[in-house]
Design a protein around this ligand. Structure first.
Ligand code: HEM
Length: 408
């Protein structure tokens, strides 16, 4: 049984029964896959936290994924492949733009995008739509593209290329004869070419958006060299799409499967923030991140040797019975909710508050407007050991007009 088998994630979804067994019997387990490098599988919340909070002992370079082909991603060093102290220096260049306070200015815009996307879905007039293509995918692209300052006409290209980068293990995104590593390399090359053009434009004409800010940024008094600048653009645009998309579609699916929770949210809209956290815990879109031990260390009674790879399984940590009461219940008023969907520590998701805003906007709108929803087919899952994706979610939706828009 492999915890990194892409095809298995497509056919079965998350292996929760196996993770539960591992948390109980072998929470730090040595895995030696037939293909790919050996690694330690961490399935408990406490161990994921311990590793993530020691970035000098457990490093992201050269590997931050345990899956085959991930070396290609590391071939373009980005924020996520850096270690202290350079990691912090680069992260600080943009982090002020991603704080809850800074994002407050964007909240109304994101609400409008969410309302618009739902208006388009409503135009289907109750006939079947794919919720992923119609709602869950366009919102995250639009949000980060706006922050970056990318024109709407270019969003479809970004959508295609970022989907191929994250979905490289899925045959749908591969060209004939390609391995996942080839698909990642090809789509990243295309994205980097695109960003090279963007950098030229921003150098010629300064702007206040994220793309312009990074052109002007200095680390130790020096501007970013092209490779670092383009990689920064890349991680900003790639990291937030597939992940947020899957929290949105997985969130809708959770509500369809737990109608009592949906009724509770409709009855008490003040639960929206707690509901967003529970959607994040329940869906946990990132399957794993990895670290490389920089020295011999003991973890969960096992001796991890210098150079060993450890893979942290976030969806398992988010069902840990030692941390969550009734972890297999979807409870939108769960308090506390110390989920690790965004990781923790040094590499804690830079876009966490942006993702929260997007989820809040879309589920708030749905709570206001959704009159009826039903699944019209089985969800189709992405083949990936990295992101637990829903590729298609066929539904029939009936939506009332946006009441707030009507008043405006
Ligand atoms: C529901 C949506 C999202 C989820 C579940 C998610 C999850 C994660 C996780 C698990 C990590 C790695 C944490 C670690 O290694 O310790 C991460 C890092 C990151 N995420 Fe997100 N993310 C989401 C949305 C976004 C968005 C919208 C952006 C937009 C910019 C974004 C940008 C990043 C970046 C740049 C990093 C690397 C941070 C660093 O290395 O310092 N993410 N995210």
């Amino acid at each position: 049984m492999s915890l990194l088998d892409a095809a298995r994630y497509a056919s079965e979804g998350y292996p929760h029964a196996e993770w539960t067994e591992l948390r109980r019997r072998a929470p730090v387990m040595r895995v030696e896959p037939a293909a790919g490098d050996p690694y330690w599988a961490l399935t408990r919340h406490a161990d994921v936290v311990a590793v993530s909070r020691q970035p000098r002992r457990f490093r992201n370079w050269p590997r931050f994924k345990a899956s085959e082909g991930a070396g290609e991603l590391a071939a373009t060093p980005t924020l996520i492949t850096l270690d202290p102290p350079r990691h912090g220096a680069l992260r600080r260049l943009v982090s002020a733009r991603f704080t809850p306070r800074a994002l407050r200015a964007l909240a109304a815009g994101i609400e409008r995008i969410a309302a618009g996307v739902l208006d388009d879905a409503a135009d289907a007039g109750g006939s079947e739509i794919d919720f992923v293509t119609s709602v869950a995918a366009p919102l995250p692209i639009a949000a980060i593209a706006r922050m970056m300052g990318l024109p709407e006409s270019e969003w479809p290209v970004l959508f295609r290329l970022t989907s191929a980068t994250v979905g490289a293990y899925d045959p749908e995104f591969q060209q004939p004869g390609e391995t996942p590593a080839d698909t990642i390399a090809r789509s990243q090359r295309e994205l980097l070419d695109y960003f090279a053009g963007l950098a030229v434009q921003r150098r010629a004409r300064p702007t206040e958006d994220l793309a312009g800010l990074l052109v002007r940024a200095r680390v130790d008094g020096e501007p970013l060299v092209d490779a670092d600048l383009l990689a920064y653009y890349l991680i900003l645009v790639v990291a937030g799409n597939e992940t947020t998309r899957n929290a949105i579609s997985g969130g809708l699916l959770a509500f369809i499967e737990h109608p009592d929770q949906w009724e509770q949210l409709r009855a008490d809209p003040s639960l929206i923030d707690a509901a967003v956290e529970e959607i994040l815990r329940w869906t946990t879109p990132v399957i794993h991140m990895a670290r490389t031990a920089a020295a011999d260390v003991e973890l969960g009674g096992q001796r991890i040797a210098k150079g060993d790879l450890v893979a942290m399984f976030y969806p398992s940590a988010n069902r840990d019975e030692d941390v969550f009461d009734l972890p297999f219940e979807f409870c939108i008023d769960r308090q506390p909710n110390r989920h690790l969907a965004f990781g923790v520590g040094e590499h804690f998701c830079l876009g966490a508050h942006l993702a929260r805003l997007e989820l809040r906007a879309v589920f708030r709108q749905l709570a206001l407007r959704l009159e009826h929803v039903e699944l019209t087919g089985d969800p189709e899952r992405l083949a990936s050991p990295n992101v637990g994706g829903i590729k298609r979610l066929p539904v029939r939706l009936e939506l009332a007009p946006d009441p707030e828009e009507t008043r405006a």
